[in-house]
Design a protein around this ligand. Structure first.
Ligand SMILES: CC(C)(COP(=O)(O)OP(=O)(O)OC[C@H]1O[C@@H](n2cnc3c(N)ncnc32)[C@H](O)[C@@H]1OP(=O)(O)O)[C@@H](O)C(=O)NCCC(=O)NCCSC(=O)c1cc(O)c2ccccc2c1O
Length: 329
């Protein structure tokens, strides 16, 4: 486009994308109309009227946001005409461990999906089948958080957690492989989780000298109960998808089909009703967003010998030795 800046061209491209996303392609109409048989097994008017949703995986189209910056650690995509955005952590060589830049990009993508009124539901996932997310990149951990390009320590995953909780559209965690550490907390702050049969869940913090005393502890307690939460945090065991209760379990090869089906079921319902249900369901827990003190405690802990012992042990592939640290009364 001659005569306009690259940023202006990207802004125009984004606007055109948003507008075209409202248009449903002809092929989708045909497909949906073709699905007239109710396979749910219920022979009632409710099911005859509402029918089932199609399960094919839609074509994903690369999306951009207003900043005009590229997405490097993440992949940001949208469907055409179906109102679904997909945000993928793209560091599979590190089991999708995140660094501050990853969080910045995720926040940009979530912000754009929130702003785009053609989008009604957002999928958060990890690249590949080995991991949804393995938490903070331990190789980048320093005494004041995780450090990448600008040499500042950050714990900015806490901001992403709050953003997901407050975002007025459902966010679905699509989990294949490991969802551990900060990655496990990310799945917990999402509205729903669809897990493949190879999914593994767990908190590793107390083994690697970390913990999440904000949402990571409080939401877990609500989700799986206080005793199971203590077990997960104190013992740092891993659980397979069968053991992790209250989650849908689907074969790995059906994971995306099933997740998209959930999105479509949400998309055909009232956005205002969903928005208010989400706010209402979160209301009892909103006070936890104020638990910044939990994040600050982690920040201080990273600067201690005890915290560092866990990270060192992980990086050196040895067992941590916490025996020299006092168990204070
Ligand atoms: C996830 C695993 C169990 C997978 O094991 P597997 O055997 O399949 O793979 P490898 O271990 O060989 O890993 C392949 C490759 O990836 C690198 N890697 C994996 N995870 C990480 C990671 N988190 N950080 C850095 N690097 C990672 C690994 O080193 C290998 O690299 P090679 O070069 O050798 O090929 C297993 O990988 C595992 O246990 N990972 C660590 C999980 C973990 O402890 N995560 C951190 C928890 S702490 C955290 O996430 C956290 C972050 C925050 O920002 C917080 C903020 C505020 C409060 C608390 C926070 C917090 O707790």
């Amino acid at each position: 486009m001659a005569g306009i800046t690259a940023e202006a061209a990207k802004a125009i491209q984004r606007r055109m994308f948003a507008v075209s996303s409202h248009l449903i392609p002809e092929s989708h109409h045909t497909h949906c109309l073709g699905m007239s048989i109710c396979t749910s097994g219920f022979e009632d008017t409710y099911h005859r009227v509402h029918d089932t949703v199609p399960t094919h995986i839609p074509p994903w189209k690369a999306a951009i946001d207003d900043s005009g910056k590229d997405f490097v650690d993440t992949i940001y995509e949208k469907t055409i005409g179906e109102g679904i955005a997909k945000i993928t952590i793209n560091r599979p060589e590190r089991r999708n461990a995140f660094r501050p830049e990853t969080m910045k990009e995720l926040m940009r993508a979530f912000n754009d999906a929130r702003d785009d009124n053609s989008i009604g539901v957002i999928i958060l996932t990890g690249k590949g089948t080995k991991a949804f997310c393995s938490g903070g990149d331990q190789a980048l951990r320093s005494k004041d958080g995780y450090v990448d390009y600008d040499n500042f320590g950050r714990l900015n995953v806490l901001d992403l957690q709050v953003q997901i909780r407050r975002l007025p559209k459902p966010v679905i965690a699509m989990v294949a492989g490991y969802a551990v550490g900060g990655g496990h907390v990310l799945h917990m702050v999402c509205d729903l989780t669809v897990a493949a049969d190879n999914a593994v869940f767990g908190q590793t913090g107390p083994k690697v000298g970390s913990f999440d005393a904000g949402y990571g502890a409080s939401i877990m307690s609500r989700l799986v109960g206080p005793k199971r939460s203590r077990e997960m945090w104190y013992m740092t065991r891993f659980y397979n998808a069968k053991e992790a209760k209250k989650m849908g379990l689907v074969p790995l090869e059906k994971l995306e089909e099933e997740t998209v089906k959930w999105c479509r079921e949400i998309m055909r319902n009232s956005p205002m009703a969903i928005r208010l249900c989400k706010a209402a369901i979160n209301a009892a827990d909103d006070g936890h967003a104020g638990q910044q003190i939990g994040g600050d405690a982690t920040l201080l802990f990273y600067g201690t010998e005890e915290g560092n012992e866990g990270k060192d042990a992980y990086l050196k592939r040895r067992k941590p030795d916490f025996s020299r640290f006092p168990r204070l009364p």
